[in-house]
Design a protein around this ligand. Structure first.
Ligand SMILES: [Zn+2]
Length: 89
């Protein structure tokens, strides 16, 4: 099963607080292993949780998720654009 980045982002909070079903977690893990963008999202999300100092609560500032997704969507568009222009890939 292959999932897209935007689906991984939906799973990241569950991934971090270990609430995903094992099979979903494995799919997300496999995606994170090869996807730099989602790894970066995981890192920054993890940092936010550390900053809040409470690992039982996962709450992003209002609008954060939308801005993050918009930025990532642009980055993904850039990446696929580069790949299209690179005959070696
Ligand atoms: Zn990804």
């Amino acid at each position: 099963m292959i999932i897209e980045c935007k689906h991984v982002w939906d799973y990241i909070s569950g991934y971090l607080d270990d609430s995903l079903p094992p099979e979903t977690r494995e799919i997300v893990q496999r995606h994170l292993d090869h996807c730099e963008i989602c790894s970066a999202v995981l890192d920054s999300t993890h940092n936010i949780i550390i900053l809040t100092g409470d690992d039982r609560v996962f709450e992003l500032p209002a609008g954060f998720s939308e801005r993050l997704h918009a930025r990532l969507a642009r980055e993904i568009a850039d990446v696929s654009h580069e790949q299209r222009n690179d005959p070696a890939s």
